[in-house]
Design a protein. Structure first.
Length: 147
């Protein structure tokens, strides 16, 4: 049990520190476009689908109410980062997709964050065992249920 608790605390620390990494990557990738953390999260979520996601699905994955998410989507749409269109299969629903500008910004944020992680672990990677790397991958996959 003690071992499990150490693992949980280590993963929690990674998660907490990743918020700081993401915040810095946001500032570096979009110095002229101010994005809040919820807006960034929405861009990440919307960018997981080529066909678009319904507002309700986005709300569940970013952890906010549908009306709050709708307002957030409208702000991103006014900035030209997402496009909200009627779902052709269900005209009552709205699908949200990244615009080309949204894709570019999202990719810049992801690339910046990856570079920061590369720099942080420089010199450590070769010392990490393949079991640890596989374990981290499995943990990431297990945590996907909370998307």
């Amino acid at each position: 049990m003690a071992h499990d608790e150490r693992v949980i605390r280590a993963i929690e620390r990674l998660m907490v520190e990743s918020v700081g990494v993401t915040t810095v990557a946001l500032a570096q990738a979009s110095p002229t476009v101010e994005l809040s953390f919820p807006q960034w999260r929405a861009l990440v979520v919307v960018g997981t689908s080529e066909v678009g996601l319904r507002v309700g699905a986005i709300a569940r994955r970013v952890g906010s109410a549908v009306p709050t998410t709708s307002r957030l989507i409208r702000r991103l749409e006014r900035r030209g980062l997402v496009a909200a269109v009627r779902d052709e299969t269900d005209r009552r629903a709205t699908l949200v997709r990244l615009t080309p500008a949204g894709r570019v910004l999202r990719q810049a944020l992801v690339d910046g964050r990856r570079q920061m992680v590369r720099e942080a672990i420089d010199g450590l990677a070769e010392r990490l065992s393949s079991d640890l790397l596989e374990g981290l991958s499995q943990i990431g996959e297990a945590l996907r249920r909370y998307e």
